[in-house]
Design a protein around this ligand. Structure first.
Ligand SMILES: [Zn+2]
Length: 603
């Protein structure tokens, strides 16, 4: 076997296209553009779906699916090219150009929805039975639901046009305004400095509590100065959505986010009820953090404080690669083989160098059936964990490759389940390693505790706030003071006594970008869902060992062909609408919390 740590750390993209903007790239793109135009012309003139034209619609849906696959191949390639060369002007130009082709694709999609929106049940059954649509029932039924909840073509088109200067403009205002914000930082030595708001988060995870407190307090002065504008934006964004939902016949503001996540209200209700009934589990994790910081209760600005444990020595790429390999090999040989294979094929980009975009992601192509992992490894255990996380996503795509493109589209809820499962596999392998030092063990358990606090408290708080915001927004705009009070009350309810009275963050709603994303609402619960489901999966793996892995892979294969509930029920036999299921997952966090408590007690 090749020495993994000696392999090149830059990825190879030549299987997408031999060269950027070369002849193969140009030919692929030209064919795609002309096929998109042909398809739009063909669907736009086809009358609505009926028994007579069923075959024709089936073929058009099939062509659309192929177009989606090809445009995402191009998009993945350009995304990768720009990520590794953020300054590339030709890359940016090609990406901008791609947006116009996505717009054509979206028009084709609209025609499909128009075509199927009025179909009766018998015609629909006829369409589903068409041989070219085998294995696409789940996606087609979702398209039908989407089609039913649409206004007329003219109304949707007007809404899209007005949206550019309406809801999207509020989102852009938020980004532009906050991008220029600064605040007056007062350093512990009394020195004053004007710093960009973008640096506040880093300052709020400074080791010095006085630095964190000043960044929090002085930063909030700036948020307060813009309070009216930000309240106008959040009210307008929520208000626009409520109007559109009403016009589209969606009675509940959660219908759309649940639909996007392929999950039912019963499931998410059961999940948050179970979390609320067990808030004490993650609160216990926070109390350990407070104890280490020698405080009785935390302030909001302590939530992202670094651990006062001994800092971990730098972890080289070579060591990280081998640790992930050992952990995967010990628990999941199939995953380990795949992992070694993708390192050898240079599907992983990890080198630290200039001009790379920040962040990490996994991408792939249904055209080539390949995956790619992007990250910048910076010698920390956190980055090693990111590697395991992204490889978990890649493994998910690998397991389902070969299925038709529709069946390879899974919601964010289930995407994060696969990545978190791989993280757990890594973490578990590390904790089993006899060579693990005491400080490494403390570090890993501390990580588990802080994950519990962020997924079970912080994200729960965001979800509860957003839910109440939309409920109240139905009867009018919320004032700045109402938004602040709602935020504070929600934090009190969720964090309990772990946050000291008066040390909440009433401006959290203003400072959190997620509430101002105009493409999706409730950008929170899918994370908690993925986290808890992966804990349940991992607990089952620990109980049943290697026998569990084929069931896990069957689950992964069903993520694009069924709702979250059905995918889990049909492959694992679990009922996601059961509060007990989620309560067990939350309780399982008690194990690492207890182990960490013992370490804290010894200090
Ligand atoms: Zn992820």
């Amino acid at each position: 076997m090749q020495n993994l740590s000696a392999l090149p750390r830059t990825w190879d993209l030549t299987s997408y296209f031999p060269s950027f903007n070369g002849p193969e790239y140009k030919a692929f793109k030209a064919t795609l553009i002309s096929d998109l135009a042909d398809q739009l012309a063909a669907t736009a003139t086809l009358p609505n779906l009926d028994a007579a034209n069923c075959r024709a619609w089936a073929k058009h849906i099939n062509v659309y699916e192929d177009l989606v696959g090809r445009i995402s191949h191009l998009s993945s390639y350009l995304g990768n090219t720009c990520a590794t060369d953020a300054a590339s002007e030709p890359g940016k130009r090609e990406s901008a150009d791609l947006a116009t082709h996505f717009a054509t694709l979206s028009k084709v999609h609209s025609e499909l929805l128009r075509g199927i929106s009025k179909a009766d049940n018998d015609t629909w059954k006829l369409l589903l039975a068409d041989p070219v649509l085998v294995g696409a029932v789940h996606t087609l039924n979702r398209m039908r639901t989407e089609a039913i909840h649409r206004m007329s073509g003219a109304e949707e088109s007007l809404a899209a046009d007005l949206g550019v200067n309406g809801i999207s403009a509020w989102g852009r205002l938020y980004e532009n305004l906050t991008g220029q914000m600064t605040f007056e930082m007062i350093w512990p030595d009394g020195r004053k400095e004007t710093v960009p708001m973008a640096q506040r988060r880093a300052l709020m995870s400074n080791t010095d509590r006085a630095v964190r407190a000043s960044a929090f307090k002085e930063g909030n002065r700036t948020w307060a100065a813009h309070g009216e504008t930000l309240a106008a934006a959040i009210n307008a964004i929520a208000g626009t959505r409520l109007s559109l939902y009403g016009r589209r016949g969606q009675s509940n503001f959660l219908d759309q986010p649940y639909f996007d996540s392929s999950v039912s209200a019963a499931t998410i209700d059961a999940m948050f009820k179970a979390i609320a009934a067990n808030y004490e589990v993650p609160r216990q994790a926070l109390r350990l953090g407070a104890k280490l910081q020698k405080a009785t209760a935390l302030a909001f600005y302590d939530l992202e404080a670094p651990s006062p444990l001994d800092p971990m020595p730098p972890l080289s790429w070579g060591d990280a690669v081998n640790l992930v390999d050992q952990a995967f090999s010990a628990g999941y040989p199939g995953l380990a083989d795949y992992y070694r294979d993708i390192l050898q094929k240079r599907w992983v980009e990890s080198e630290k160098r200039a001009n790379k975009r920040s962040g990490a992601y996994c991408t792939g192509s249904v055209v080539t059936g390949e995956q790619r992992v992007y990250m910048t490894y910076a010698d920390t255990m956190h980055d090693a964990n990111t590697l395991a996380h992204e490889v978990g996503h890649a493994w998910h795509s690998h397991v389902i490759k070969g299925l038709r493109p529709f069946a390879q589209e899974y919601p964010m809820t289930l995407a994060e389940t696969a990545s978190t499962f791989a993280e757990k596999m890594f973490m578990h392998g590390m904790l089993q390693d006899p060579k693990l030092t005491e400080s490494q063990r403390a570090f890993l358990l501390d990580q588990e505790c802080s994950n519990a606090a962020s997924y079970l408290l912080n994200i729960a708080m965001r979800y509860e706030f957003e839910k109440e915001l939309y409920t109240r927004r139905k009867s009018g705009e919320l004032s700045v003071s109402e938004l602040k009070a709602l935020m504070t009350d929600t934090q009190r309810k969720v964090y309990g006594d772990t946050i000291a009275d008066g040390d909440e963050d009433p401006w959290f709603w203003a400072s959190k970008l997620h509430f101002f994303i105009t493409e999706v609402s409730f950008y929170n619960f899918p994370y908690t869902f993925g986290y808890l489901l992966s804990l349940a999966l991992f607990a089952e793996f620990k109980r049943t060992g290697a026998d569990f892995l084929p069931r896990y892979e069957a689950f992964l294969r069903s993520t694009g062909v069924a709702s979250c509930e059905d995918a889990v029920k049909s492959t694992l036999g679990w009922d996601l609408t059961s509060e007990k299921f989620w309560a067990d997952a939350v309780s399982s966090v008690g194990v690492p919390v207890k182990a960490f408590a013992e370490i804290v007690a010894q200090r």
